[in-house]
Design a protein around this ligand. Sequence first.
Ligand SMILES: NC(=O)c1ccc[n+]([C@@H]2O[C@H](COP(=O)([O-])OP(=O)(O)OC[C@H]3O[C@@H](n4cnc5c(N)ncnc54)[C@H](OP(=O)(O)O)[C@@H]3O)[C@@H](O)[C@H]2O)c1
Length: 324
Amino acid sequence: MRAIQIAELDGPQAAKVVEIDEPTGEDGMVLVDVHAAGVAFPDALQSRGLYQYKPAMPYTPGAEIAGVVRSAPEGAHVRPGDRVVGLTMLCGAMAEVVALQPERVFALPDQLSFEAGAGILFNDLTVQFALRTRGRLTQGETVLVHGAAGGIGTSTLRLAPAFGASRTIAVVSTDEKADVARAAGASDVVLADGFKDAVKELTGGRGVDIVVDPVGGDRFTDSLRSLAPGGRLLVVGFTGGEIPTVKVNRLLLNNVDAVGVGWGAWTLTHPGFLQEQWAELQPLLASGAVPAPDPVVYPLERAAEAIGSLEDRSARGKVVVAVR
Ligand SMILES: NC(=O)c1ccc[n+]([C@@H]2O[C@H](COP(=O)([O-])OP(=O)(O)OC[C@H]3O[C@@H](n4cnc5c(N)ncnc54)[C@H](OP(=O)(O)O)[C@@H]3O)[C@@H](O)[C@H]2O)c1
């Protein structure tokens, strides 16, 4: 089968199309003919050996797929021919065939394309976990999201209203990214430079209830300062490169929380959680209450460019690779 392979940890440009053996699908796995695979920031980090999970070399990148079931074990909840999305967690997705654990395979609503489907799981399930489980989002609250034109960012803008947020404030680095955030549903958009003052003005001095932060770095303290009393800052990632430190007196003085969001780790310690998440998200996607992602699609041959667009910050919205 055709697959992307990374043989040296030189960064995204090391991603090449190769011919490798198909997986066999033994031991209770679901075999899926892959139509599209999602690209996420960990793919860029992994290509330089900078991610916490380090696959054996050479490896095939990609954590999520959409495709059609080729075979499934007895008693599985999916059957051959079903349109599905699935998680490889955290590599192996950019290949024509993948073998997945049944609990990491989910029925794709008919009205969603494979490209949109490949852009759902990794970000939407993280954001759902962030807003609902860790962030305790309630009806009528305001959610601010950094990196709002990125994968986690656009996912937050799509999901937050369906989970009760009455307002979303997108933080982006350029005017072009502001358009991407608006298209994803942002109520308001502000530039990263000076965002604290802009948010203060937008909220009449009150601040926001939740900050979703996939960026980290020097924005962190201003994010804490942007929280209303009882607010929660959700620590999702560090695309800005630096892991910030927090002076905990700020938490005490303003009655705010800094909350860790480690979705992958949670799924490992909570069997059945992924299927519970899908049971909540799937009807929202099927009904259109949560709009489908509208990804930028690259052909398989340009997977290096697709992964590179996250590393060099040029990506607009979710990025997906068409596999067949
Ligand atoms: N905790 C979890 O369970 C979990 C799960 C999934 C992903 N994540 C993490 O979430 C983060 C975001 O992932 P993603 O797939 O949404 O990435 P993405 O699509 O590349 O978006 C990241 C955004 O970060 C901003 N950014 C700021 N400084 C940057 C820099 N130096 N380089 C690149 N981007 C920079 C960019 O927005 P502006 O240009 O507008 O600033 C960009 O749009 C990653 O750290 C990822 O590992 C965590």
